[in-house]
Design a protein around this ligand. Structure first.
Ligand SMILES: [Mg+2]
Length: 323
């Protein structure tokens, strides 16, 4: 098959992948797509690239990879409080493998449909397996959740549980003592790594309540560090308050805390809330979110154990697969 027809074939898998939105004036098939942004709204844009062997294991199911490739972009939209609208896809593939394309496009389409985001353009080339997705969301002018709005005294919250994806990576690399884990725990951890849930609805609810937000892609300390740096505040994190899944609780406590603080790929939200908004937040979100600390002066993050002792944490960010 010539390279040209091979890549026409690929386009066939993606052209009618997602549902049609009214604000797409012109979709796939011209030099550019034409998109209509509503008045008094801004467009939130983010791009992520996933490279085989760096951001995902070579044996991951193509359907899971399709899910994750879009989920990481949606997570950035969630962190801004934006509503997903459109995305573009650049795919580099070593060969046009139909089985792989079917699985990948299915995982991508299912998540796109769930969040109402439409594929409006793309490009395919031959090369090492690499997936770039640019997402576009819509947010009311002045309402986006940014990293630079946090204030001293704000409480720090996170959604969901932390450290699960990091544990799954260690499990896969056989670097984890898994004797305490059941098969269902291992399955749960693998799902958290391969099928993260973008917290879109949560991000939208935080508008007007949170002063700053970020999604946890590189680890809590690294990502909270971006809020601390941009907002020019410090942070005190209580290790006893870190939300850990039942699977993670079965591991050594220090290891579980280390994973929750420094491992990436959880795609939960970390956000800051002024004390006067806490009651409203807790009424709205109940136990979906956990308070893990408070913002202070200075621009450093300090972690304290249950006894109130300052704990030094090794490594603050997730460097994808450890060498
Ligand atoms: Mg992000």
């Amino acid at each position: 098959m010539s390279a040209h027809s091979e890549f026409s074939l690929i386009q066939h898998y993606f052209e009618h992948l997602t549902s049609q939105r009214d604000d797409v004036l012109l979709g796939i098939g011209d030099d550019c797509a034409l998109l209509q942004c509503p008045a008094d709204h801004a467009i939130a844009v983010s791009i992520d690239t996933l490279v085989e062997g760096v951001h995902f294991f070579s044996d991951v199911e193509p359907e899971s990879l399709g899910h994750k490739s879009l989920a990481v972009g949606l997570s950035d939209l969630a962190a801004m409080g934006a509503t997903p609208a459109w995305f573009t896809l650049a795919l580099s593939l070593p060969e046009a493998n139909e089985k792989w394309l079917r699985g990948f496009s299915k995982g991508l389409a299912n998540l796109a449909t769930e969040y109402g985001i439409q594929l409006v353009g793309g490009d395919t080339t031959r090369g090492p397996l690499t997936i770039s997705i640019q997402v576009h969301g819509i947010v009311k002018s002045g309402q986006a959740l940014r990293r630079d709005g946090a204030q001293e005294g704000d409480l720090i919250y996170v959604s969901g549980c932390l450290g699960d994806a990091g544990a799954a990576v260690q499990l896969k690399l056989q670097q984890l003592d898994e004797s305490s884990l059941q098969n269902e725990d291992k399955y749960y951890l693998q799902q958290r790594l391969e099928r993260p849930t973008p917290r879109i609805a949560l991000g939208q609810k935080l508008s007007g309540l949170a002063t700053a937000a970020i999604d946890i892609s590189d680890g809590l300390l690294a990502d909270l560090g971006h809020i601390v740096e941009k907002s020019n505040v410090g942070a005190r994190v209580e290790l006893a308050q870190l939300p850990l899944s039942s699977a993670l609780m079965k591991l050594d406590r220090t290891l579980a805390e280390q994973l929750a603080l420094t491992s990436g790929d959880d795609y939960q939200l970390c956000f800051t809330v002024p004390p006067e908004n806490v009651e409203r937040l807790e009424n709205l979100l109940g136990n979906q979110c956990h308070q893990i600390g408070v913002l202070t002066t200075g621009i450093a993050i300090s972690c304290f154990n249950q006894q109130g002792e300052l704990i030094e944490i090794k490594g603050t960010g997730y460097d994808h697969f450890p060498a």
